[in-house]
Design a protein around this ligand. Sequence first.
Ligand code: GLN
Length: 217
Amino acid sequence: MNDELLIGVLALQGDVEENIKAATYALAEMNQKGKVISVRYPDEIMKIDGLIIPGGESTVMGLLIAIKDGLLDSINKVLQKRLPIMGTCAGMIVLAKQSYDRVVGNKKQLLLGALDIEIERNSFGRQYDSFESNLEISGIENDFRGIFIRAPSVISAGPQVQILSKFDGKIVAVQQENIIGTSFHPELSGDNRMHKLFIELISKWKKQIINNENFKK
Ligand code: GLN
């Protein structure tokens, strides 16, 4: 195992390419060796050092995760390894424990339950109510431009969940151990600092794995 990082973007649906670009630029700006690839099969998921679940439509993404052979199992396996995961918008919803929809009411959907949070989907309204705003994010110096598209918010969070950002009194970014969730789309703001924060987590995680392996030898 070496210090090159392999980052996967779950490519079932949503803004996959934008995340590949943002993470690729972030790696380069950090002088960190690595590669960002799209992943959709279990063997690909098992190889990566970090996973991004992009924005899109969480009900559709959940359905695709559930019906693709072995995919849910492989995601659960990497969750057990504490693999760093970042979910943006729909991606954060999929990672949550509970969700309800403010606009269309309750919908059954697959949730991974990895983030101890309850989500309100479409928390700021429908597509028409999409907006941008500057955000203060813990761990990031100076404001970050948040792009909110049919965005969810976090209604409640368990004790292990760190709140990274709030907008208008609503929680819009969280972290629980190696998992980050954002209501907004950091891959669309032309600012890779959120992806860099995530890559730092991956890098720390990988160093620990390498150290443990060397210890066993
Ligand atoms: N409202 C969408 C959902 O509930 C998320 C929107 C997005 O990812 N931009 O899945």
